[in-house]
Ligand binder design. Structure first.
Ligand code: VGL
Ligand code: ZN
Length: 206
């Protein structure tokens, strides 16, 4: 068994004070750091948008953040400007231990489509390379943690399961946006339905 830890978007803009702050986003950092010692490989995704990205409400005249719009023919939450390439908000949280990250997979660079999953864009037109990389490394199990539970974590964990990997969500090492009450439990249910195992970090390998 070869296990990889996937760190999803543990970036300043998703933490307290960031442009798209997830409640207690930074709380995932110490748990993620501890999880690194329990796996064979560590890999990270990084939301990495150009300033003209179509997921930003600011790029849709008259629209406000958190409204529902469309992008690439898909329903799209219109987000505050976040994780713009080379800005501080796009950097990993300063307390995240990046020394063991073997590879970083950036996503969301194409202004015309969003990319929640670390594996594919939302239209499933393009792969990031993460799936091929995990296969080349003979990974058969992934632990998924990070931000945000109801968007990028959910999409990444579900795609991992769909690719035939044993996909384990470490729930306490994730935090969600929770725009609507019930969004986070619904995300957990969708993951479970897709074959993702929902686990507490303490439940796995002491
Ligand atoms: C994310 C919204 C927009 C995430 C990224 O990392 O979950 N959410 N971009
Ligand atoms: Zn984004």
């Amino acid at each position: 068994m070869t296990t990889a830890l996937i760190l999803v978007d543990i970036q300043n803009d998703f933490c307290t004070g960031g442009a798209l702050a997830v409640p207690q986003g930074e709380a995932v950092v110490p748990i993620a750091n501890q999880l690194m010692s329990q796996v064979d490989l560590v890999v990270a995704t990084q939301d990495w948008h150009p300033a003209d990205h179509g997921s930003f409400a600011a790029n849709h005249p008259g629209r406000a953040p958190f409204e529902l719009g469309t992008l690439a023919g898909l329903p799209q939450v219109l987000w505050p400007v976040h994780c713009v390439q080379w800005t501080g908000g796009a950097q990993f949280h300063p307390q995240l231990d990046t020394r063991r990250i073997a590879r970083v997979f950036p996503k969301g660079m194409d202004a015309s489509i969003d990319s929640y999953s670390g594996f594919f864009d939302n239209g499933r037109g393009k792969a990031t390379g993460l799936g091929e990389w995990l296969r080349a490394e003979h990974v058969d199990e992934v632990l998924v943690c990070g931000l945000a539970t109801d968007y990028c974590v959910k999409a990444t964990a579900i795609d991992a399961a769909g690719l035939g990997l044993r996909s384990i969500l470490v729930e306490e090492a994730c935090r969600g946006v929770g725009m609507q009450a019930g969004d986070i439990p619904a995300a957990l249910a969708a993951m479970r339905k897709a074959g993702v195992v929902i686990a507490a970090s303490g439940a796995r390998r002491a």
